[in-house]
Design a binder for this molecule. Structure first.
Ligand SMILES: Cc1cc2nc3c(=O)[nH]c(=O)nc-3n(C[C@H](O)[C@H](O)[C@H](O)COP(=O)(O)OP(=O)(O)OC[C@H]3O[C@@H](n4cnc5c(N)ncnc54)[C@H](O)[C@@H]3O)c2cc1C
Length: 377
């Protein structure tokens, strides 16, 4: 049987395109390799743009327990910069968010198969052939006219990304959830904290049920110098500033080990010249924005919406890829430039000074790293 739309990957991009295709009465089948809800390395920051798309998809963030985020605090060593965000963002664990999106895809009429991994994807005369393996190790072949590639940073064998990713050193991303006792005052209420330091950055923000998420990126060499283990890394992190030391001292880890990810191709932007007939790469498969910008989920949802609209109106994957490239080049390149400036001690000092002297510059710089929506409307 030749299926209409098969979606590989059930993260925000895959689930969102399934919802939108179903709303256009196009049959959609999502194949997600993980058998159930799971955590992902992420800052859990849901930008204004992402929240806008989620609302349109029928996801009620407040009902899921998400925390509103209206303020940001930046730290560079001992110096602190506080400001009000130019929009209201949200914070919710990916465990809850991704699960809610997949459930919404089912409600919209999509078939969702958890625990099924796609092992091979090959072109045929009239579309695509997928070889899958489920959690019971059963293999199957699926034919599809159109495939939506939404595997995130994971590469599908035979379909590795081509082209430029960032030239910055290879980073490792970590994430840990912490709890606060009822007696402790939550210093993160409605606030995201970004700690900049030599060799990476860390983000802290409140999540549902009174918890706190810590996600951070460090260079591979820093991790090695810390003995390549979590306790050493945590100690190193707490020595980056007195603020960070104070924060970590008041938190109780929820897991024995953090989640970790490496080899994220920051700065990757799929060119329209790489498009294949009937193949729509979404989310991190199309662009990987430096994660401190906190707009990766918005890009996943934006590309899902664009692909569904192009496909439903009879457009092809080349048209989709060209539109996605036009929309994403500016935010990805601006976020890369900003990440590059902040990676230098002098760059961080100058950025803090400029932000103090001209607060509107900071606001405009942040807006330049967002996928296009109007904030003022
Ligand atoms: C350290 C770090 C912090 C970040 N913080 C933020 C943040 O605060 N806010 C933000 O907006 N973005 C953030 N991001 C980026 C964000 O996590 C991604 O951009 C976003 O998850 C992309 O969504 P996606 O649907 O494309 O991919 P994913 O969310 O990665 O989903 C891909 C799905 O595909 C499945 N899959 C993979 N391979 C297969 C296969 N072969 N067969 C079947 N299924 C498969 C995976 O299991 C997964 O569920 C961060 C990223 C990093 C690394």
């Amino acid at each position: 049987m030749n299926e209409e739309g098969v979606i590989i990957g059930g993260g925000p991009a895959g689930a969102a395109v399934a919802i939108e295709l179903s709303r256009h009465s196009i049959p959609a089948r999502v194949l997600e390799r993980k058998p159930g809800p799971h955590h992902k390395v992420c800052g859990e920051f849901i930008s204004f743009e992402a929240a806008h798309y989620l609302e349109k998809l029928g996801i009620g963030l407040a009902a899921l327990g998400a925390e509103p985020i209206r303020y940001a605090r930046f730290y560079n060593g001992e110096s602190e910069l506080r400001f009000e965000l130019p929009f209201t963002a949200w914070s919710l664990s990916r465990y809850r968010l991704d699960n809610a999106l997949l459930e919404q895809a089912k409600t919209a009429g999509a078939a969702v198969e958890r625990g099924t991994a796609v092992r091979h994807l090959t072109r045929t005369d009239d579309g695509w052939r997928l070889l899958t393996r489920n959690r019971l190790s059963a293999r199957a072949a699926i034919s599809a006219k159109t495939v939506f590639l939404a595997t995130g940073k994971h590469e599908l064998r035979d379909w590795k990304r081509r082209g430029r990713a960032t030239r910055h050193p290879d980073f490792i991303g970590f994430k840990m959830h912490f709890s606060l006792s009822a007696m402790q005052q939550n210093p993160w209420q409605e606030t995201v904290e970004v700690h900049l330091f030599e060799g990476g950055y860390a983000g802290l923000e409140p999540i549902e049920k009174g918890g706190v998420n810590l996600s951070f990126l460090v260079r591979q060499d820093v991790y090695k110098a810390c003995g390549s283990h979590w306790p050493g890394l945590l100690e190193w992190l707490s020595n980056t500033s007195s603020h960070m030391k104070q924060r970590l001292a008041s938190l109780t880890p929820c897991w024995r080990e953090p989640l970790a990810v490496s080899g994220v191709p920051y700065g990757y932007l799929r060119s329209p010249g790489d498009s294949q007939p009937g193949l729509f790469p979404l989310g991190d498969q199309t662009a990987v924005i430096p994660s401190f910008a906190g707009d990766g989920i918005a890009i996943a949802l934006h590309t899902a919406s664009l692909a569904a609209r192009v496909h439903a109106s009879g457009g092809d994957s080349y048209m989709y890829q060209r539109l996605a490239y036009n929309d994403l080049t500016r935010p990805v390149r601006n976020a890369e430039r900003l990440a590059s400036v902040l990676s230098y001690r002098l760059g961080r000092k100058v950025a803090f000074l400029c932000a103090r002297l001209w607060p509107t510059v900071l606001r405009e710089t942040i807006l330049q790293t967002r996928v296009g929506l109007s904030y003022r409307s």
